[in-house]
Design a protein around this ligand. Structure first.
Ligand code: PLP
Length: 259
């Protein structure tokens, strides 16, 4: 039934709202077969992350080797990579894959828990941006990757230029973290294509996993054969609809819902 395959490399969210679980649900909604390589296991609910356990190096590498030994994976995304050693291991494998790589530089949860050690930011810049077909930072992540403090629309554009300068083929900076920039994202690629993308702002508190869902949807649409820019536009619409269908399951922000 499904002829295309997408892979998510990232962390497990025991609450099922973000991380690997959000990615697999997104792939399924797009009718793409989803595979996963789990980098770490988090214990979390809608309020907090109480524990983070990285998987053993060989367990991560074996997941990747085993998948690529058999499946013709069409596109992949990375999510939570936690530390320098996981970034090193992931990058060493990604270097050998000739498929589209979407890098979602996950650093912190909406509820404020760290999902990346500070010391790992340089590894992102050195090892993952140069092999990224697209990197999808929010304002906070773009700030740390570009070294520019972002307070305005212009700062976003400058930050995107810096990120392209670090070797990424394309970048999508999600403006939502800035007042007045809700639903406004900036796209820039290596060829100088530059676009502000807009979508309707959905006013809901149930936004847990929306960053993961966006990068997974871009990856899923790429796996289906759409070009990168079309995949981004379609993915933004997908997230908008999924936010419209989001729901509450605990006392904090609930997850996105798909049709
Ligand atoms: N947990 C994991 C494993 C994630 O990968 C992410 C986000 O990328 C989150 C939690 C945070 O999701 P949110 O910021 O939407 O709460």
């Amino acid at each position: 039934m499904y002829s295309k395959i997408a892979l998510s490399i990232g962390g497990s969210d025991s609450g099922g709202g973000a991380g690997i679980q959000a990615d697999l649900r997104t792939f399924m909604a797009l009718k793409v077969h989803g595979c996963s390589a789990i980098t770490c296991i988090t214990a979390q609910n809608s309020i907090e992350v109480t524990c983070v356990q990285p998987v053993e190096k060989n367990t991560l590498l074996n997941q990747l080797d085993t998948l690529f030994a058999d499946f013709g994976i069409d596109a992949l995304k990375t999510g939570m990579l936690l530390n320098e050693s996981i970034i090193n291991d992931t990058a060493s494998k990604l270097n050998t894959y000739k498929i589209t790589k979407i890098i979602d530089p996950v650093m912190v949860t909406r509820t404020g828990s760290k999902l990346l050690e500070d010391s790992a930011i340089n590894a992102y810049k050195k090892l993952l941006l140069p092999i990224a077909d697209l990197v999808t930072p929010n304002i906070y992540e773009a700030n740390l990757l570009s070294g520019l403090e972002i307070r305005s629309k212009e700062d976003i554009e400058n930050s995107a230029r810096k990120i392209i300068g670090l070797g990424a083929k394309a970048v999508l900076i999600k403006g939502g973290g800035l007042k007045d920039m809700k639903g406004k994202d900036f796209f820039l690629d290596l060829n100088g294509r530059k676009e502000w993308l807009f979508n309707n702002f959905i006013n809901t508190k149930n936004t847990h996993g929306s960053g993961c869902t966006l990068s997974a949807a871009i990856c899923g649409y790429k796996a289906l054969g759409f070009d990168l820019f079309d995949s981004i536009q379609k993915a933004k619409l997908f997230v908008e609809k999924s936010l419209d269908n989001s729901y509450k399951i605990g006392s904090g922000p609930g997850p996105l819902g798909h049709h």
